[in-house]
Write a protein that binds this ligand. Structure first.
Ligand SMILES: [Zn+2]
Length: 375
């Protein structure tokens, strides 16, 4: 008889096993991010449970970073780590998250969202760097010594920066990047070719590779939340942001898009920089035009649901969007995608997914095209 076994000792893994003797009452906990109290990301493998109904209790779910993230949430599962489907998840009973599933084969993975492995990042970056007109440079090294990859493409006057995964557990952001990259590098796409003539793109597909590899939700190796480090990062605490700002100072953004996932809201939406001191009419007009064009270009994007708009002058300038809008007087935005699903067009089998994230990433070109001349 094969013994049931659970591990997270791999790239992006995160789980603490308290007791896995009884398949109908497996006791687990999510490990906090490095040097941090944040946690929510989980990713683990179960072996030796083929045909057995599993009841997996994540005991510390009530203390997770965003407990609203568990409401109407269903965990992701995969046999082949390519197709991630949703499984029955009882949210927040007595502060616990309970995942119930009967694996059909001997090896099954469970995760908060479809993971985005470092190997895949390396493959995508290498493939992009092979394309004509694309250059790759390393902005610097992370605390663990990983390279911070930046791809550049285009020859135009306008400068567009796109960064993703400042919060490493928001893997949909790098799935989005794959869709964006495949379209901007498509030499048969008229919009892509026009944009490459009008703008120069600088693309950082993964801002926090250490956190991604560690299985963190929100922080880098030192425990820094990168999206609270803009303008204050040191090379020791948050080299990822420190090096990116240095590169931006040399190629100042006319547009900066920072791609994220939101634990709670079941929608795709954008937050702007309305709260910065000196927010201009031009910034407001460009934001409105961008939002309207994104909504037209993708049925998955909407503008009705999102974060409340920050009052004038009250913006937190340590966040990428506010910092870049303020420092470079540009159109800066934060894109948020759901961990759960898009409530406007729910998909019972997959929820919000890598494929849907990639489609949304491809569609952003139409929104950029609508504003590029005005930046
Ligand atoms: Zn985020």
């Amino acid at each position: 008889m094969t013994l049931l076994h659970i591990t997270s000792a791999f790239d992006g893994g995160n789980i603490i096993v308290h007791d896995a003797k009884d398949p109908s009452n497996i006791r687990l906990a999510i490990r906090p991010d490095n040097n941090s109290d944040f946690f929510q990301w989980f990713y683990y493998r179960v072996t030796g449970a083929k045909g057995q109904p599993l009841k997996m209790v994540l005991e510390n779910a009530k203390d997770a970073a965003f407990t609203g993230g568990w409401e109407n949430y269903r965990a992701c599962a995969s046999y082949d780590r390519e197709t991630w489907f949703r499984v029955e998840t009882t949210s927040y009973v007595n502060g616990q998250l309970i995942i119930e599933h009967t694996p059909e084969i001997d090896s099954v993975y469970y995760a908060y969202f479809a993971p985005y492995p470092m190997d895949r990042h390396a493959d995508v970056v290498a493939e992009a760097a092979l394309q004509e007109g694309v250059s790759l440079r390393v902005l610097g090294q992370t605390v663990q010594g990983q390279d911070l990859d930046c791809l550049s493409v285009g020859t135009g006057e306008k400068t567009i920066w796109i960064i993703a995964r400042q919060h490493p557990g928001e893997t949909m952001a790098e799935w989005w990047m794959e869709g964006f990259l495949s379209r901007i590098l498509d030499t048969e796409d008229d919009v892509a070719m026009a944009l490459r003539e009008k703008a120069t793109f600088h693309i950082v597909p993964n801002m926090c590779p250490d956190g991604g590899r560690n299985g963190n939700l929100r922080t880098n190796e030192t425990g820094a939340n990168l999206n609270r480090e803009w303008g204050v990062a040191t090379i020791q605490s948050a080299p990822e942001v420190y090096h990116t700002i240095k590169a931006m100072d040399e190629a100042k953004p006319d547009l900066c898009l920072d791609v994220h996932g939101d634990e709670s809201l079941p929608y795709n939406f954008i937050a702007g920089a309305e709260g910065i001191p000196g927010y201009t009419q031009k910034q407001a007009d460009n934001l409105a035009a961008f939002l309207s064009a994104y909504e037209t270009g993708s049925p998955e994007f909407q503008t009705k649901h999102g974060y409340p708009v920050t009052a004038p002058g009250k913006a937190n300038l340590t966040m990428c969007t506010n910092y870049t809008a303020h420092a470079y007087d540009c159109l800066a935005m934060t894109l948020e995608m759901p961990f759960k699903d898009n409530a406007n067009s729910p998909n019972a089998e997959f929820g919000w997914s890598p494929d849907r994230s990639a489609d949304l990433g491809a569609a952003v070109l139409d929104a950029m095209m609508a504003v590029v001349e005005e930046l």
